[in-house]
Design a protein around this ligand. Structure first.
Ligand code: FAD
Length: 320
């Protein structure tokens, strides 16, 4: 492969929007490298079927700044929209390619997958998101119950079981509503009330208040095996056993990967300037990995800003 002008790591909303913005601006040699076998892998893996994909996620209203945009629609409609962008802009995507390193060579970078050199490129946009590394609880998970603990949706949803969902965001609320149709659902959140859940999801929870038992203001101290499955020990001294526990605690930045690439961190966040450029010249972050509170619209917008900046600051990108 000849040297690329822009290499994009990750084929989620931020990666696709970055490639669309590049192509629309006339940058020709652009390719996306995706570790999984399909685009928008996070959505495919973690969103339940027919999930409503909210444009104003977590209650934040955001105007669209770039080419990619959407209105609230289902997961399936959103994936179709992204496929249309891929086709319309003839995006080059290399699937099953997990980028594990970055090396500087002269004015270019080499993207590495293990020991293999995958591509040489002038500019890099890292858009790996945060959901490949789900946040885990601080207490240990005993080996005996590991098969009852979930950080993402299993292929087959539980049926007729007693389920605990831990978390206080939209993901926890949506999962509780989904499972309430088929299971005995409990939702545990450490705060006294929800403040990160959007209006629509609060309404959905309210509608199912007879089916979903809320444990608000509850901190979990430990979990241990029990006859029914997993026994949960709460800080207030209460205990309760469940068949399965689903943790919806969000994701975390792929620190090891970024540090290995040479990107500097401050207080566990990668240091970027206002345009998403890291301490490595021409290496940018876009999407969830670049912001505190991620959403699809913010991923689209950050991609637009990054590409605009690349064109302004590094016009050589067109000659590459
Ligand atoms: C359950 C759930 C519900 C949500 N609901 C909404 C909603 O309704 N509305 C909304 O706006 N937002 C929602 N979000 C948040 C939204 O999904 C994210 O903000 C969005 O996906 C961020 O896009 P991204 O491209 O930055 O990252 P991602 O979508 O996570 O994409 C990153 C991509 O990079 C790939 N990748 C990771 N590491 C590598 C590597 N080393 N090499 C190559 N590829 C790699 C991944 O496989 C993935 O395809 C939800 C999130 C979850 C978990």
């Amino acid at each position: 492969m000849s040297a690329l002008s822009v290499a994009i790591v990750g084929c989620g909303p931020a990666g696709i929007a970055s490639a669309v913005e590049c192509r629309a601006s006339g940058i020709k040699k652009v390719a996306i490298f995706e570790k999984r076998s399909n685009f928008c892998a996070t959505l495919r893996r973690l969103y339940p079927p027919h999930k409503r994909v909210d444009r104003d996620y977590k209650g934040f209203k955001m105007d669209s700044e770039g080419i990619c945009t959407f209105e609230t629609e289902t997961k399936e409609e959103f994936l179709k929209r992204m496929l249309n962008y891929i086709n319309e802009y003839s995006l080059e995507i290399h699937y099953n390619t997990e980028i594990t390193g970055l090396e500087k060579t002269g004015k270019h970078y080499i993207l590495k997958a293990g020991i293999n050199h995958v591509a040489e490129t002038y500019t890099v946009i890292i858009a790996t998101g945060v959901f490949d590394r789900p946040k885990k609880p601080s207490y240990p998970i005993p080996n005996e119950v590991k098969n009852r603990i979930f950080f993402e949706l299993p292929q087959k949803l539980p049926e007729g079981e007693k389920i605990l969902i831990v978390g206080g965001g939209n993901t926890a609320a949506e999962l509780a509503c989904l499972l309430a149709e088929r299971c005995n659902v409990f939702l545990s959140y450490r705060r006294e009330k929800f403040f990160r859940i959007n209006e629509q999801n609060l309404k959905e929870l309210e509608k199912r208040k007879k089916q979903i038992k809320l444990f608000l203001g509850t901190e979990i101290k430990a979990i241990e095996p029990s006859r029914e499955g997993v026994k949960v020990l709460f800080q207030n001294g209460n205990t309760e056993s469940f068949s399965k526990i689903f943790y919806c605690l969000g994701g975390s930045t792929p620190k090891n990967l970024l540090k290995k690439m040479g990107i500097i961190f401050e207080d566990s966040n990668p240091v970027v300037d206002e345009y998403g450029e890291t301490n490595l010249e021409r290496v940018f972050l876009a999407g969830d990995i670049a912001v505190k509170r991620g959403s699809i619209m913010s991923a689209f917008n950050s991609a637009h800003r990054v590409v605009k900046r690349i064109i302004e600051k590094y016009p050589g990108v067109f000659q590459e």
